[in-house]
Structures are given as C-alpha cells and as structure tokens.
Design a protein around this ligand. Structure first.
Ligand code: ADP
Length: 484
C-alpha cells in the first residue's frame, strides 16, 4: 500500500494537474486513512478524454478476438490478486470480506464473460430486393465512453460497464466514486499488467462535480454510462442530451418483497433480511419494503424481529452480518429517515440507532432497523433510504400487495415468497420492475442476464448479459453489389 495514488491516463500514472488530493477513509474506522487520491479537475478530464480519443482508432480496428484476449489476461491478473484487491475493497467500502471477495470474483467472471462475447456473431445477413446485393448489418463501436460509477460496488459496476465497452471496441474514461477510488486503481493495474494499449482504459479520480461536465459534454466523448443518485443522473442526462451523446442511467430503487401465507416462512424471513441488511442495505436492489399478507403478518413480523435481533454489526473482517454505511453523512441521513418514520407514525420494532460500544464508535454504523405499521404514503415507504432500514407494510391480498409494490416512483427489483404457481405468474406479469424474483431476495444479479430498472430506476436501458452490446455499439447497415 502506498500513501498516495495517481490517475491512470494514457498508460501512465500521472499526478492531477492542480496537485490536489483527497483522503480515502475506512468507514469501519474513521481514524484509518487508506491513502490520498487525486481530486481531479476539468483539465485532468480533458487529458483523460484526449488519451481515450487518441487510442480509439487502433483499438477499434483490432479483431474482437484480440480485444477479448486482453480482457481474459486482465481477469487472470485480477484472479491472482483476488485476496489483496478484495481486502482493499472491504477497507474502503465497508462490506464484509466474503461479500468483497464475491464481488471481486464477479469482476473476474464479467471480464471472462465479455471476452467470450467477442466471439459471438455481430450482425445479420438480410435478404436484399436485388439478387446481386449482399446486405448485412454489423455492430461498430460507439467511441469514447465516460463511465461514472458509485462506491457501493466498486469492482462489479466499473467492470460491468468497462468490460463490454472494451470488448466492443470503445475506449474508456472511468470516473469512480471519490469514496472508493482504490479499487478502481486496482482495476487499472490489472489492465496495465495485461498489456492493454495506452489510453484504452483511463481512470480519473476525484469528485464528480469537478469533472462531470467534461465527461458528459466533450466533443471527443460519444457515450456516457452512469450509476448513482437520481439527482446526479438526471443532471448528467440533460447535459448528455444537449450535446448529442448516447447515455444510460442506473439510478435508485425502493424494492419490495411480497410475502404470502403459503410461503416457506424460514426462507421468506432469511432472504428478506439478507436483501435488507447485507452490505448494510447499500445496494440499489436492496429490499427496503416488505409487503406482508394480513393472514401471516403477525407470524412473519415476530420471526423477522427475532432474527434481526441476532444480527451482528461490525467491521468487514469480523464475523459480523453487516458492516458500516459508507460515511458519517450517510449514517446521519439514515438516522434522519429513522426519526422521520417515527414522526410519521410507523412503529419502531428494533434497531433505530447507531451502536456506540467499543470499536463500533469509530465507524459509521447503524443498527439493523425494522418499522412495522408502515402505510404506503409514508416517506419511509416511498423514498430510497440506502441503509439498513426495512419498512413492513400489511396487504389484504396479492392484488393489494401488487398495488402497494407498484405505487412508488422506482421499479428496479421485486420479489415474491409463495409456493403457488398462480401467484408466481401473476406477480411476474404485474410487478413493475426490471428484475423480478420468486422465492429469491430482491438483491443479487447474474452477470449473463440483463440488469436494469423500470420507471424512475433507469433510463430504460439495460446492462450486462447479451443486451450490454446494445448500448456500447451502433449498427451499421452495409450493402455490397457487383461492379457490373
Ligand atoms: P451516491 O449518492 O451514490 O454517491 P452520486 O450520484 O453522488 O451518488 O455519485 C455517483 C457518482 O457520480 C460518483 O462517481 C460521483 O463522484 C459522481 N458525481 C456526483 N456529482 C456529479 C456531477 N455533478 N457530475 C458528474 N459526476 C458526478
């Protein structure tokens, strides 16, 4: 570990032009400064975008097989550094070591998966009206892509954007969150060790507000892929539209699980808690509402409270179930929502405060919190909290539960716990969410399947899976005829 890291631009590690740095703090212990990272400015962003533009023609001209080989090599380097990179991720993000390792392994899988996609057909042969004409389509790269990512999945999200971008011939400027830059540096080191040509993958660290405009509006940029808050996403999208860029946004969620009387109770309790409290609830797919049929409400809530009271809070390298939230600011925001829910009349069933004993006093922890008697119009039932807080709502029947589930501005993920095939099929048809699961938690995605939300959760685009290609390529229609 070094005391200070630099940006990765044009294949070199370069200091920010204005020489400004910001510390990266361990959320489990605010006395632990991991290192200093560049707080880049617009000038650094221009330099990163120029490097990506310069590298584009040669990278786009390579055979996709060759590009896939670079991704495979980067995956091998990442695999050889798995423990070290996962430990760094845990230290800067706060999630448990097994979760950090799982996420790093997902990064490896994503690189290998998109390397495989480099060998798939990339167009169609279309019968022309003319017998002598060869008419076909071909996928071609978009160009330079700006990738702006959040802190909660510091390896999975950058790689699920960068791997398809690179596989399909684009060059990239990655702007990771200022709260998790170390993992982005580690990703760049893996690409560097894989021998990726200079300028194909660049990392620009620092606060988004300082570099966002260049990344969204530079004439050299064609695509912008963003994951983060609704406010920032909408702002960036308006800039991208005004400058004619292709963009995709992955934003928030207010995901719900529906529990019916014919569920497997143990499964429903375990997976609801997992969805709500793993990673301290800091997943856009986290379960933040559970909608319980009135006939099982008391039984389910009693079991949920009992189990929640056994969950241990602590640092990622202990056997704790959930770690800290990302920052003091986040903790305070979560605590304000907890107060607000009480003011609105919800019943606090457990948690509701920040632990202060021993080492926990030095981290940004919130105890896992359950609210009963929540009604759909309460803000705790409508707004994304992004912390370990679960709102419990009561429903008359599946119809009522679906109305509650769909009655929010978001539509990212949803689940149903039931043994009934009929209920499963009605739920799968009617839940207004991009990811719906029966007898599974709302969180958790598979890299080979499309990921994305409906309504306010995304810009109607999807990431990962085969569909990732739609964003990172454009279609060229080619018609070739004989000369005479
Ligand atoms: P979160 O609350 O998840 O951190 P943000 O939207 O604030 O959500 O941050 C997600 C990413 O967007 C981070 O990399 C952050 O630095 C970046 N970001 C924040 N504000 C801007 C902005 N004005 N322009 C571009 N990027 C931004």
């Amino acid at each position: 570990m070094r005391d200070r890291y630099e940006n990765f631009i044009d294949g070199k590690w370069v200091a920010p032009i204005k020489g400004e740095y910001i510390p990266n703090i361990n959320p489990a212990n605010h006395n632990d400064t991991i290192a200093q990272f560049p707080n880049s400015t617009a000038e650094d962003a221009v330099s990163a975008v120029s490097a990506a533009a310069k590298a584009l023609p040669a990278w786009a001209a390579l055979s996709s097989h060759v590009r896939g080989e670079y991704l495979r090599k980067a995956a091998d380097v990442l695999a050889s550094r798995l423990d070290e990179i996962a430990t760094g991720l845990m230290r800067e993000e706060g999630k448990s070591l097994p979760e950090a390792k799982g996420e790093t392994m997902r990064g490896i899988t994503l690189l290998r998966y998109f390397a495989g996609q480099c060998m798939l057909p990339d167009g169609d042969v279309i019968p022309s009206a003319s017998a002598s004409t060869f008419l076909y389509t071909k996928r071609v790269p978009l160009g330079v892509c700006s990738l702006i990512t959040p802190w909660n999945f510091p390896i999975a999200i950058p790689i699920w954007k960068a791997a398809p971008a690179l596989a399909f011939g684009n060059t990239v400027v990655l702007k990771p969150s200022e709260l998790s830059p170390l993992t982005a540096i580690h990703i760049a080191e893996c690409f560097e060790a894989a021998g990726l040509p200079a300028g194909v993958f660049n990392v620009l660290c620092g606060e988004g507000v300082r570099v966002g405009e260049v990344l969204a509006t530079s004439p050299d940029v064609t695509g912008l892929s963003f994951t983060g808050s609704v406010r920032t996403g909408k702002h960036l999208a308006s800039q991208a539209v005004a400058h004619g860029k292709k963009y995709q946004l992955e934003l928030g969620g207010k995901n719900a699980a529906i529990v019916l009387p014919d569920c497997n109770l143990d499964q429903a309790v375990t997976l609801t808690l997992q969805g709500a409290f793993k990673s301290a609830g800091e997943k856009c797919t986290a379960t933040s509402r559970v909608i319980v049929h009135k006939d099982i409400y008391d039984t389910f809530v009693t079991a949920l409270v009992q189990k929640t009271l056994t969950l241990k809070v602590g640092a990622g390298d202990t056997d704790a179930y959930l770690g800290p939230v990302i920052s003091a600011q986040s903790r305070d925001r979560v605590l304000r929502y907890i107060q607000l829910a009480q003011d609105e009349g919800a019943t606090l069933l457990c948690g509701g405060d920040a632990p202060t004993e021993g080492n926990l006093a030095n981290g940004f922890y919130v105890n896992p919190t359950l609210f009963g008697n929540v009604t759909p119009e309460m803000r705790i039932a409508q707004e994304e909290v992004f912390g370990p807080v679960l709102a419990i709502l009561r429903a008359e029947d599946l119809e009522d539960a679906l109305t509650i589930l769909n009655g929010v501005e978001f539509g990212l993920s949803a689940s149903l716990f039931s043994k009934s095939l009929d209920s499963a099929m009605v739920f799968a048809d009617r839940a207004n969410a991009g990811l719906v699961r029966v007898n599974g938690e709302t969180a958790g995605v598979e890299p080979q399947a499309p990921f994305g939300g409906m309504k306010g959760s995304s810009s109607y685009s999807r990431e990962q899976g085969l569909i990732a290609r739609d964003f990172f390529t454009q279609v060229k229609t080619v018609s070739i005829d004989r000369a005479g």
